[in-house]
Design a protein around this ligand. Structure first.
Ligand SMILES: NC(=O)c1ccc[n+]([C@@H]2O[C@H](COP(=O)([O-])OP(=O)(O)OC[C@H]3O[C@@H](n4cnc5c(N)ncnc54)[C@H](OP(=O)(O)O)[C@@H]3O)[C@@H](O)[C@H]2O)c1
Length: 253
């Protein structure tokens, strides 16, 4: 049984990945998120049979359930998409320690756990897509913990891509700029003095996901959508850190 496993499929880019992977002729799509009703709505809309896995990926018992399901059904995971993630704006005082830890638990620990438990079910030609972010390109004060989690994803994905070469499994990190999704519903502390003045340019989720799937099929290690973000990535590599920080600072409230 050939499947795709998609985390964060109840909204935004994860849901769009499910919609596009629906056209790939797979036997099943396994979709993961906490909001079961949203996953069931998605199930209704797709033609590929969908297995709804309501799970909080920061909870070890929920990860264990997915591990056991994989072990009992032994699917071939043709595509893994790690999309579950969230971010918060604010300085070190504004973001509660609990929320800082939650970001690390989901964006870093859950992503590594899901990758690790899925890898035994992947073979040559299969693809891993990791949702990273343009925030990984350089340190971002006031989005600091989130950006740091994505810097982890960037390094982890580059390293894993190399380790998986002998098995013929590709790893593509997707690094979007601002994307119109529910991400922004939870990202702003009401009290934050430091959120961006405006989110520009804003890309559509489908734009980013279409490009990501195309790039993953080519085995590209990185998928970047849009000229602005491509420039941003280059600048992150070659411009001095003080300059990039000043640029970022000028875009905040
Ligand atoms: N939007 C942007 O501007 C942007 C830019 C760069 C990178 N990204 C990254 O892209 C990825 C997708 O984000 P999005 O923009 O599509 O945001 P979104 O619409 O808010 O989607 C986030 C997804 O993560 C799931 N999720 C959150 N907490 C979870 C938990 N504890 N356990 C399991 N699932 C959980 C949510 O589902 P439930 O709430 O139902 O659990 C939802 O399906 C994230 O990794 C994000 O960091 C976003």
């Amino acid at each position: 049984m050939n499947i795709a496993l998609i985390t964060g499929a109840s909204s935004g880019m994860g849901r769009d990945f499910a919609r596009l992977l629906d056209k790939e002729g797979l036997d099943q799509l396994w979709v993961v998120a906490r909001r079961e009703n949203r996953l069931e709505e998605l199930q209704e809309q797709l033609t590929t049979p969908v297995k709804v896995l309501a799970a909080d990926l920061t909870k070890s018992e929920d990860l264990q359930r997915i591990t056991e399901l994989l072990a009992s059904e032994k699917p071939r995971v043709k595509c893994l998409v790690n999309c579950a993630g969230f971010g918060k704006f604010g300085d070190y005082e504004e973001i509660a320690l609990e929320h800082q830890m939650d970001m690390i638990d989901l964006n870093v620990k859950a992503l590594v756990s899901v990758t690790q438990i899925t890898l035994p079910y992947m073979s040559r030609g299969d693809r891993i897509i990791q949702l990273c972010s343009s925030s990984a390109f350089f340190p971002l004060p006031y989005l600091n913990v989130y950006a740091s989690t994505k810097a982890f994803v960037q390094h982890y994905s580059y390293g894993l891509q190399e380790e998986l070469k002998p098995r013929g499994i590709t790893v593509t990190q997707v690094s979007p700029g601002w994307v119109q999704t529910e991400f922004f519903d939870g990202s702003q502390n009401d009290t934050s003095k430091h959120a961006p003045k405006k989110y520009s340019p804003m890309y559509s989720s489908m734009q980013v996901v279409q490009k990501a799937i195309k790039d993953a099929k080519k085995g590209k290690p990185v998928s970047v959508c849009g000229t602005f973000v491509k420039f941003h990535r280059l600048a992150g590599r070659f411009a001095p850190r003080w300059f990039m920080k000043a640029q970022w600072r000028s875009r905040l409230r």
